[in-house]
Design a protein. Sequence first.
Length: 276
Amino acid sequence: MTANLDTTAAVPADVAAAAAARDLGAHRESYPAKTVKMILFALGALAVIFGGLAVVMTLVAARAEPGEGKVGATPAIIMWVIAVPLLAGFVFALVRSPAVSKQARLFQVHVFERGFVWVRRSGTQVYRWDEVQTLFAAITRVNNNGIVTTTYDYRIACTDGRQTRIREVHTDMKRFGPLLSAEVAQAQLPKAMSFFDKGNPVAFGDLTVTEDGVTTRKGKLVPWSELGGVEVNQGFLNLVDRNGKKASPRVAFGRMPNAHAFLMMVETILTRLRSA
């Protein structure tokens, strides 16, 4: 579980300057830093449990009969060895979280027309949509007795060699994730279509877009004349024929490079063929 913190209405001056230097255009919105309550709760709860056990066992050891003290103290020592690091971890995580730290509240993602600025402890990083060479967008939903937990794991590789990873512990990925995927795909599509229109195949991991259709990793071809579209369900992608039946092995969407660009490219080609 995560908690959003209020963000300032104005973009910080250093962020605005970094965005202007890379020609990102006008500011659109900002996503706040996050306090990961689940981690704090887990560390705090475990620290209380093991700390309480350590206190109880220490008292028991102190009341032990002569000759039993050494043996009786061993469980207490073990509990203290566990409890102290847990407590230290809880305090460390708390003081570095946006809930307490004013500095941590500045670690935001600021979205502009042509990219975004991510303020981090390591410094301010600027990414243009058209600089992203590869994007992996993994979204995992786990239902545990009716409690649904969603994790986001986005990995970015840029044309200049930079790589980064942004997850739900960093910012509001429920909102920023879809926007990031859509903007990057929009920037990648013209390049991919231009390459394709020159007779070149365009690879997206296990699937490759060719003049004849879409081929799988094992060489199976699904011709454009038979391809009805692409289906994404429960984190997996399938090609489907015109009757809606699966026409390819399923592919893990989050492990597919530039998966959103693939969806847009296939739809663009199919639309072009239908209108021909």
